[in-house]
Write a protein that binds this ligand. Structure first.
Ligand SMILES: *Cc1c(COP(=O)(O)O)cnc(C)c1O
Length: 390
């Protein structure tokens, strides 16, 4: 079955939907049983498909986890109250005191904070590696290395990783690989198909897609699923069923939205590349982006996110530009229907082992679903404002 068809059908099982098109919204803490036999029977499948106690999920939760597992070709999927919880729980599931974890240097900031904070506090060694390292990661694996954490493309700077090469080396050394796959969504890259053990999404982004939900999911292959499930359950994770419902609704239009975000982003990134004040554009699909060959090999599409390095700027020019936007609002997150912009004078404070030599201010754009010509006009006027401060 092709992806577009899968997105329409995934998780729409009669047991969850009844006669309706969409799964039932089942809000519950307590599930009641009439007989001991029924209760014992429910206990057998309480983690994935049968209602037992609210924290373990209801029909709405199961419809979502089953849908994501199907899309990721996974053995199982766990749902969390946000993407960050999915990341921290996946790491805690596979790491113990005295273990070592290799983290990609271009990792999402809160993941770095958790690694340097909580993991270090628990006596877990953390070291960082170059996102472009590929199979050479073998030289960094120690006797106590238990997890390699990946994220591709990298937050803000878009370096694309050679995920299959890293997964292969990891497997040879019995190291678990966990990837933050949020950029790709479950349709543009399938990490488990190339040997990764756990794939995570901040469903807050494109899965829900409307900037009104916080949610996270982690899916695992057969070897890693029991561990991921056991410790995520022990940590007490459970997501609100209303939010699971929103993710299921988002899933049905994901392919359509992603195509439009991607088309508009490629169009605007290409236009920006030709503007005088633009030093360069970081878009994983463009040939000058580090690792773009892996993007073309492994991904079946992009999204609305890319970064722009601006020439010869200063903080004042960058701030004035951000203040001038009409359609690009400043805000964290991305993946909703609206356009967003964030600016930073440097990336060097977010790197440990790789140099960020560019001194240009960086603008991170999320291209929403507005008309692309309106967005182009907004970018053009903002560049004119920027020029006034140089
Ligand atoms: C937003 C984001 C997260 C965190 O997700 P939340 O749902 O906000 O906790 C993790 N990884 C990436 C790449 C993100 O963009």
């Amino acid at each position: 079955m092709k992806d577009k068809t899968k997105l329409i059908n995934a998780g729409r099982v009669k047991r969850y939907t009844g006669a309706a098109v969409n799964p039932r919204l089942v809000r519950a803490s307590t599930i009641v049983f009439d007989t001991v036999e029924q209760m014992n029977e429910a206990a057998k499948q309480c983690n994935n498909s049968v209602e037992y106690y609210g924290r373990r999920g209801t029909a709405t939760t199961f419809a979502l986890t089953q849908a994501i597992a199907e899309l990721e070709n996974a053995e199982g999927c766990y749902v969390y109250s946000c993407g960050t919880a999915a990341i921290t729980s996946s790491l805690l599931a596979f790491l113990s005191h005295g273990d070592h974890v290799l983290m990609v240097d271009s990792v999402y900031e809160p993941t770095r904070e958790f690694a340097d904070g909580t993991l270090t506090r628990l006596g877990i060694e953390v070291s960082y590696y170059d996102p472009l390292i590929g199979a050479r990661i073998e030289s960094l694996i120690r006797a106590n290395t238990k997890v390699i954490f990946l994220e591709s493309p990298g937050s803000w700077t878009m370096e694309v990783q050679d995920v299959p090469a890293i997964a292969k080396v990891a497997k040879q050394h019995d190291v678990v690989t966990i990837i933050d796959n949020t950029y790709a969504t479950p349709i543009n890259f399938r990490p488990l198909d190339v040997g990764v053990d756990v794939s995570i999404h901040s469903a807050t982004k494109y899965l829900c897609g409307h900037s009104d939900v916080m949610l996270g999911v982690a899916s695992a292959n057969a070897a890693s699923w029991p561990t991921l499930q056991k410790y995520s359950y022990q940590l007490g994770h459970c997501a609100a069923v209303d939010d699971c419902y929103s993710a299921l609704r988002g899933l049905r239009t994901l392919s359509l939205r992603m195509s439009q975000h991607n088309d508009s982003a490629v169009y605007l990134a290409s236009w920006l590349q030709k503007q005088n004040l633009v030093h360069s554009v970081r878009h994983p699909g463009f040939d000058d982006c580090p690792g773009s060959e892996y993007f073309h090999r492994d991904f079946s599409g992009g999204n609305g996110l890319f970064s722009v390095l601006l020439k010869s700027g200063n903080q004042q020019a960058l701030d004035a530009m951000l203040n001038s936007f009409e359609h690009f609002k400043m805000g964290f997150s991305w993946g909703g229907f609206e356009s967003l912009a964030l600016g930073s004078m440097t990336m060097s404070n977010r790197r440990t082992v790789t140099d960020w030599q560019d001194t240009e201010p960086i603008l991170r754009l999320h291209i929403g679903l507005e008309d692309v010509e309106d967005l182009k006009a907004d970018l053009a006027q903002a560049l004119a404002v920027y020029a006034n401060y140089l």
